[in-house]
Design a protein around this ligand. Structure first.
Ligand code: NAD
Length: 489
């Protein structure tokens, strides 16, 4: 990496080498706290994506034929370097994405966990011996890597998202070209340094930054790319699915969420308020599993509204690199404008602002994309933010009377990533949890992710799972071997 006027000039990582874009162009990555330049990032296009696919295709035969145990050694080495550099990379996550340092450190931990867990799990990618109806034949299955994978990730989890995809893919024997979001490309290129430092074999893991549609179109049209793993909005996911249809590529789609939170009147109210507040303001509301629609049983509605608003007013907002800051800025001003528009629409339709409801005021916030932690009550179901993903720090409260009504309201959107129930009644927890149309349900619990557990959605929230055994399956094919055996000895 070169330094120009103290601003780092980052490089892409292709075939084990750090290279600029073939066009020579760069774009700016900025800190959302103050608009300061973080780094200059190569503005790659089709040519760079193509040479990364060349490298990944060339590396595939050797990498895929290594034993799973040998691949595991390389992957553990990446985890070792990441552990050593976790503080430095967490601080780049905070600087480029805006989340508080403790959240960034959580991302680093999930990254390391994913590497270590998949390094070992791929050693258990067993095939099977199938009882055969034909005496002179034996049927065996073998698990094989899918091939070269193209990965596209969003900006809101810029480090862990790399490893949620790369760890299972590499452990399975696939090679990968990864394209980060523009806003957080620098994090990816720092992670590329980790692969280089770990002496990872050239071409197995490649990072290309720049023009998303150009890089995406290489993933879609180059027949050597056998799989696309995408995390991002449903809109872009749909576009990629259409494109992937031409060559019948395998896909994993981790798309938008619109999570319902159902608070029953028999919940532990203090613990619930704390949990819902933490979930809502996590990453300034920019989380796919974030609380989008908060349904509160009528008897405790006013109290929940009051206590959640008190919490919201106490959230310390600021530069996430500073101690005690619980919530940083939104990723950019466009995100602030979108949240403003959604809140404006809800208020025009009758919602009442109980806390926040505007950009943060004051000198400390002038140069950044800050929006205040907000609570809206009496939100009408017709408000846009009921049906759309808010992706901002706005808690929208709705009221319900019965369990049946809550389930109907929760399921009445086309998304189905995560849902949350707060109740002390175990029967109700199962009854409602089993009826919610989502890939994940938190019951008195907001943490639904772990390296060991399958994460993903149903309906328009996606196809496939990341994490757990299911996450490895996404990168494996099953091959049948049918073998003729002569009966006579
Ligand atoms: P986005 O869809 O705008 O962008 C995601 C990625 O796609 C970025 O890298 C972007 O550059 C790239 N991209 C955009 N247009 C493209 C194209 N034409 N071809 C190829 N690539 C293209 O989403 P975002 O704003 O970065 O992220 C927020 C979204 O991600 C939210 O909807 C959120 O719910 C979702 N998300 C989902 C999960 C999950 O696990 N389900 C996790 C995190 C975020």
């Amino acid at each position: 990496m070169k330094q120009e006027n103290a601003v780092p000039v980052a490089a892409m990582y292709i075939d084990g080498r750090f290279v600029p874009a073939q066009s020579g162009e760069t774009f700016e990555s900025v800190n959302p706290v103050n608009g300061e330049l973080v780094a200059l990032i190569p503005f790659g296009d089709e040519r760079d994506a193509r040479s990364a696919v060349d490298a990944a295709a060339a590396a595939f035969p050797t990498w895929s034929r290594l034993s799973a145990a040998a691949r595991a050694k390389y992957i553990h080495r990446v985890a070792d370097v990441l552990e050593r550099r976790r503080g430095e990379i967490a601080s780049v996550v905070t600087t480029e994405e805006g989340k508080p340092l403790h959240e960034a450190q959580g991302e680093l931990q999930l990254s390391i966990d994913s590497l270590r867990w998949y390094a070992e799990e791929a050693r258990r990618a067993y095939g099977s011996w199938i009882p055969d109806p034909v005496p002179s034949r034996r049927l065996l299955t073998q698990r094989q890597p899918v091939g070269v994978c193209g990965a596209i990730i969003p900006w809101n989890v810029p480090c862990a998202m790399i490893f949620r995809k790369a760890a299972p893919a590499l452990a399975a024997g696939c090679t990968m070209v990864l394209k980060p979001a523009e806003a957080t490309s620098y994090v990816s290129l720092k992670v590329a340094e980790v692969f280089a430092e770990a002496d990872f074999p050239a071409g197995v893991m490649n990072f290309v930054t720049g023009k998303s549609s150009a890089i995406g179109s290489v993933f879609l049209t180059d027949a050597r790319v056998r799989k696309i793993s995408f995390t991002g909005s449903t809109e872009v996911g749909r576009l990629l699915l259409r494109g992937a249809a031409d060559q019948i590529k395998r896909v994993s789609m981790e798309l938008g969420g619109n999570a319902p939170v159902i608070i029953f009147d028999d919940c532990d109210l203090t613990a619930t308020i704390q949990a819902v507040s933490a979930l809502k303001f996590l990453n300034a509301g920019q989380a796919c599993i974030g609380a989008n629609r908060i349904y509160v049983q009528a008897g405790i509605y006013d109290e929940v509204s009051r206590r959640l608003s008190d919490h919201a007013r106490q959230v310390k907002v600021g530069d996430g690199s500073q101690p005690g800051v619980a919530m940083g800025p939104l990723v950019d001003m466009r995100a602030v404008e979108k949240v403003e528009a959604l809140v404006g629409d809800a208020v025009r339709k009758g919602a009442v602002v109980r806390a926040g409801g505007s950009r943060m005021q004051g000198e400390a916030y002038e140069k950044g994309s800050f929006y205040a932690p907000t609570v809206l009550s009496e939100v009408p179901l017709a408000a846009r933010l009921h049906d759309e993903e808010i992706f901002g720090p706005v808690a929208a409260l709705y009221s319900f009377d019965t369990e049946v009504q809550a389930v109907e309201m929760a399921n009445n959107v086309p998304y189905g990533l995560s849902a949350y129930i707060f109740t002390e009644n175990i029967d109700r927890a199962f009854r409602v949890g089993e009826r919610l149309e989502t890939g994940m349900v938190g019951i008195n619990e907001i943490r639904v992710g772990a390296a060991e557990a399958p994460f993903g959605g149903v309906k328009m929230s996606g196809i496939g799972r990341e994490g757990g055994r299911e996450g490895l399956e996404e990168y494996l094919e099953t091959k049948l071997l049918a073998i003729r055996v002569r009966e006579q000895i």
